[in-house]
Design a protein around this ligand. Structure first.
Ligand code: CP
Length: 315
């Protein structure tokens, strides 16, 4: 594997999930693999889990890490070919990506959707230009439309916590005051479509995700009906895709409550974090013994580590 920009870069997801679980049991076994190698982590947006877990994963593999908050510390980048750079953008991606490639063996990028232009977001301008101009492998730490490291951690968490062979997994929309991107939900849908699970998506009308992504998945507009017999409730807010980037609904009707969880098959509660308590989910649910959000965040390390291991083995 050269780049990891989407879960489709992995040719056997179920095998990768198993390999990540094995790695979790012996995280320092491949410490020699990354010796003398460096990863640059470039953040155009904020992060807690992705930043720390990817650093930890690289260190477990013996790599050096360089972290830069590009959004606030780097020169503002120009991505357009042929641009006359006489305004506020100081550096072109063509130089920046090539220069960064000289300092590291892998570059990882976080660059969210701006949510004001669907076509531009779907063009994945930041990620794709790094892939185009960098001479080292590129890892997606959440781009405009995907968060494949999160989706792999989610699959690992489900595999570790399932008590039946084919669990029912529900992805539920929940309210949030701000417009959030679709990346986590998109990658989770793609991941569940390739796992041996009974998968249902539930959200209010108007919150349909990109139909190209959800076309093979069941959508149930009645949240309570969707929750029946669920083994995992995976919660995430996203803004409208059709009315691109708009927040259509903020009331608490779709918040995850203990009463809704009672409809399930004693389901585990999952969320990628950060989460707004008592807006997305009640304290009672996230603090319950069925909440596995902390374990899910822990698996971000092993999701990143298995990906970096595969890239290092291919350098
Ligand atoms: N889930 C996730 O990506 O967390 P951060 O935004 O804190 O990195």
């Amino acid at each position: 594997m050269k780049h990891y920009s989407s879960i489709y870069n992995l040719n056997n997801l179920q095998k990768t999930v198993k390999e990540a679980i094995e790695l979790k049991g012996k995280p320092l076994e491949y410490e020699a693999l990354g010796k003398g190698k460096t990863i640059c982590l470039l953040f155009f947006n904020n992060s807690l889990r992705t930043r720390l877990s990817t650093q930890k994963a690289a260190q477990n593999l013996g790599m050096q890490t360089i972290v830069m908050n590009f959004g606030s510390e780097g020169w503002q980048l120009e991505f357009e070919d042929g641009a006359v750079m006489n305004e506020h953008k100081s550096e072109h991606i063509k130089e920046a990506a090539k220069v960064i490639s000289q300092y590291c063996d892998i570059v990882a990028i976080r660059a969210f959707a701006l949510l004001n232009n669907k076509e531009k977001d779907e063009a994945e301008i930041v990620l794709n230009n790094f892939k185009k101009y960098a001479s080292v492998p590129v890892v997606n730490m959440e781009s405009a439309i995907g968060h494949p490291l999160q989706a792999l951690a989610d699959a690992i968490t489900i595999e570790e916590n399932k008590i039946i062979n084919k669990p029912k997994v529900v992805l539920s929309w929940a309210p949030h005051p701000k417009a959030l991107p679709h990346a986590v939900a998109n990658s989770f849908v793609e991941m569940m479509q390739l796992q041996d699970v009974d998968f249902v998506i539930t959200h209010p009308e108007g919150y349909e995700l990109n139909p190209e992504i959800t076309k093979n998945s069941m959508i149930e507009y009645n949240q309570e009906k969707a929750f029946e017999n669920a083994d995992f409730i995976y919660v995430k807010n996203w803004s409208s895709y059709k009315e691109y980037g708009q927040v259509l609904k903020t009331d608490s009707e779709w918040m995850i409550t203990a009463n809704k969880m009672k409809l399930t098959n004693n389901a585990k509660f999952m969320h990628c974090l950060p989460v707004r308590r008592n807006v997305v989910v009640t304290d009672e649910v996230i603090d319950s013994k069925n909440s596995i959000v902390i374990e899910q965040a822990n698996n971000r390390t092993y999701s990143a580590q298995i990906i970096l291991k595969k890239i290092l083995e291919n350098l």
